[in-house]
Design a protein around this ligand. Structure first.
Ligand SMILES: *Cc1c(COP(=O)(O)O)cnc(C)c1O
Length: 389
């Protein structure tokens, strides 16, 4: 592989064997691998319940529904995230609004959140749910966000799509100490993969039960959940809510369970790569990722900011030069409200100034556990050439 992507999966022989075992078994879906993967993730994170689904996007959707998000409600998320963190609210018929980022961590700014909440209280437009995103794996200030949720009465879904394997205040991401639900993604560029897949974890049995129902058509086989019917009409299941087919297959779950065994090793390797980048980029006019000391990032992405006043090229030129050198850098992210679909709702350029400044300078350079020293040297060399040539 000549191209060096910004992220990629690693598949071991053990993964192949785990998947093959499912292919040779009785159940490709709705078998034992899904609950096994769910309890392994729940126990890894220290959460009571886990609901596996076919993507983090689906997990965010059913998380919003389980928290009662619907028409007339407002959901807030950070401006700098993947569109799925906002779309989940729109799927429920709610509206979405954006909080600007902290210029140091690039996560949702708690100061901006506090100001925006004070204003929203005056106009009667407080959010029902706030969705902080642990960008690049770095934990948000969950204690601060949680304190505001107590003051203003909103619920919290952590979008931890980048963050499985990380820690906050020395405890695993996903323990939901400061939130109602935490969502993980298992897309191949993320920390561990199931091909496509996601999971919602929570400590609330009712939320878990509701999300399980929504994951599979709103159909229940639990007798006590079913409506009374004449004896001849009673079967082993009833649809009692409107749900979806968001199920994860056993093929995916087996891959996930096998990958989970290497999660800590993956994150440790990402940290070693980050340390090497921090050192080798120190002499270039770029800002390397700042890390706060109450968290241990999963290091999903390594985002640099170009100090453009010291570089005689534009961000786009650097991006193109790196692609020409087969270093497939990417931009995470365009502020969500700057996408045409959101601009049609009335959001304007400049709405979140810090997110826009970041957008104008950021590049994600290759970061994945199998990135070797020589590839990493190649990335740094290409970046130096792009900046200095
Ligand atoms: C990848 C990602 C998602 C969506 O994950 P899928 O599993 O692909 O649906 C949601 N939020 C963030 C922040 C992501 O990076």
């Amino acid at each position: 592989m000549a191209n060096i992507p910004y992220g990629r999966q690693e598949i071991s022989q053990a993964d192949v064997e785990a998947v093959t075992a499912v292919l040779n078994s009785d159940f490709l879906t709705q078998g034992p691998a899904v609950p096994a993967f769910e309890s392994a993730v729940a126990s890894y994170c220290g959460a009571k319940h886990a609901v596996a689904v076919n993507s983090a996007t689906s997990a965010l959707h059913i998380a919003c529904l389980a928290l009662g998000v619907g028409r007339g409600d407002v959901v807030w998320t950070t401006a700098t995230t993947f569109v799925a963190s906002a779309n989940c609210a729109l799927y429920c018929g709610a509206t979405v609004d954006f909080v600007d980022i902290d210029p140091l961590t690039y996560n949702l700014s708690v100061e901006h959140l506090a100001e925006k909440l004070a204003l929203a209280r005056q106009t009667g437009r407080l959010p029902k749910v706030v969705i902080p995103v642990h960008l690049c794996g770095q934990p948000c200030d969950m204690e601060g966000i949680h304190a505001l949720s107590q003051q203003y009465g909103f619920r919290i879904i952590e979008d931890a799509s980048h963050a499985i394997g990380g820690k906050y205040q020395n405890e695993p991401m996903g323990n939901c100490r400061f939130s109602d639900i935490t969502v993980f993604s298992f897309h191949p560029v993320k920390i561990i993969t199931t091909g496509e897949g996601g999971m919602a974890v929570t400590n609330d049995a009712q939320l878990a039960k509701h999300m399980r129902l929504l994951r599979s058509h709103g159909i229940s086989s639990t007798v006590t959940d079913m409506q009374a019917r004449p004896a001849q009409e009673i079967w082993n299941y009833q649809q009692i809510d409107l749900g979806f087919n968001y199920r994860m297959t056993d093929i995916q779950a087996a891959l996930g369970l096998s990958q989970l065994q290497r999660l800590d090793d993956y994150v440790a390797k990402r940290h070693a790569i980050a340390r090497r980048y921090d050192e080798s980029l120190a002499t270039l006019p770029v800002t390397t990722p700042w890390q706060h000391d109450v968290g241990y990032s999963a290091r999903h992405l390594y985002v640099i900011r170009l100090n453009l006043s010291d570089i005689k090229k534009t961000q786009r030129q650097i991006y193109k030069l790196l692609h020409a050198a087969e270093i497939i850098v990417n931009l995470h992210y365009i502020p969500v409200y700057r996408h045409p679909y959101f601009e049609k709702m009335g959001f304007k350029a400049g709405y979140c100034p810090e997110a826009e400044r970041y957008f104008g300078e950021a590049l994600s350079i290759p970061m994945f556990p199998t990135l070797d020293n020589s590839q990493q040297a190649q990335v740094v060399g290409a970046l130096r050439t792009a900046i200095e040539s």
